[in-house]
Design a protein around this ligand. Structure first.
Ligand code: SF4
Length: 304
């Protein structure tokens, strides 16, 4: 059954001149049929470099929007219309505009997990991989507003010493992971390295060995001489980690670290998406151009 669906996807992909992208948090079956797997910005950049006419983004809405911002000439499809990111939806353009009015001199840095409208109102975009470098590059005398993740924001404040105005957003999936989960996993696997995502809360971050984005986790695990890793982020990444490091062991810190939105996409939905060319994600041109500026300013400071 899965074999048949995979064949149909491959045939339609050729017909539609499509490229399939899968975020690291997608289910394993979807990651396996993708042309590229990775983090949201990296995927959008890869897709922009191809001559594909269609991008099927297996991820959540803001990721498909980012692909549309970088590839306006391509058709961008999200296989599940309701796959959103609750953290990205914790701030909208109106709320950011009000905050900017209260702090007119501040620079606005938005995490890539934001809507296109919020990116359009921001000076810089950043990812969890480059956030520290980006904030360090900003003029020391400027106030900084950081949206929407208070955990990633606090991590940046702790590491850079730059005070920032933090929006109180957070990831519901990472919020389910507790310091007790980490302590239990450590007690069971005392020789393991604890790799945590900076979207985790401060207690979890404080008891971790390494704070890494998903892309950095993949690099760290591949380069490390250690054999066992406790993975403190959404469990989908375990699939890529195991595939890339067959001799190493990766233990999810908690089986509750599952993003229900990321898991909405299945092989069937990828097939239907290509069959019916749905669900198309577009960004109005005026917003796209301004959002693109925030991404370009980031890429000027930190080329991908
Ligand atoms: S894991 Fe968190 S940040 Fe990522 S899509 Fe799900 S809710 Fe959003």
């Amino acid at each position: 059954m899965a074999g048949e669906i995979i064949e149909k996807i491959a045939a339609l992909k050729r017909q539609r001149r499509a490229v399939i992208l899968a975020h690291n948090y997608q289910i394993g079956e979807v990651q396996d049929i993708a042309d590229f797997t990775g983090d949201s910005l990296g995927l959008s950049i890869e897709a922009a470099k191809t001559d594909a006419e269609t991008i099927v983004f297996c991820g959540v809405r803001f990721m498909a929007e980012t692909a549309a911002i970088l590839s306006p000439e391509k058709t961008v499809l999200l296989p599940e219309a309701m796959a959103g990111c609750p953290m990205a939806d914790m701030i909208d353009a109106k709320q950011l505009a009000e905050l900017k009015k209260r702090r007119p001199a501040a620079l606005v840095v938005c995490y890539v997990n934001t809507t296109a409208e919020v990116k359009a109102l921001s000076d810089y975009c950043c990812t969890s991989s480059n956030a520290l470098q980006l904030v360090r590059s900003l003029p020391a005398d400027r106030e900084i507003i950081f949206v929407p993740d208070r955990n990633l924001g606090q991590y940046i404040v702790d590491r850079t010493g730059r005070e920032m105005i933090l929006w109180p957003g957070y990831c519901l999936t990472h919020a389910r992971i507790t310091a007790e989960d980490v302590a239990k996993a450590r007690a069971t696997y005392p020789d393991a390295v604890v790799m945590s995502h900076p979207e985790c809360n401060s207690e979890v971050r404080a008891c971790s060995d390494e704070l890494l984005s998903t892309g950095q986790m993949l690099k760290f695990a591949a380069g490390s001489a250690r054999r066992r890793f406790i993975v403190v982020t959404e469990i989908g990444i375990i699939h890529s980690l195991k595939k890339a490091n067959p001799g190493k062991e990766f233990i999810p810190v908690s089986d509750r670290a599952v993003c229900p939105n990321m898991k909405k996409i299945t092989l069937e939905k990828v097939l239907w998406s290509l069959q019916d060319m749905q669900y198309r994600v577009t960004v109005p041109e005026d917003i796209r151009v301004r959002a693109r500026l925030a991404l370009d300013r980031m890429l000027e400071v930190i080329p991908k």
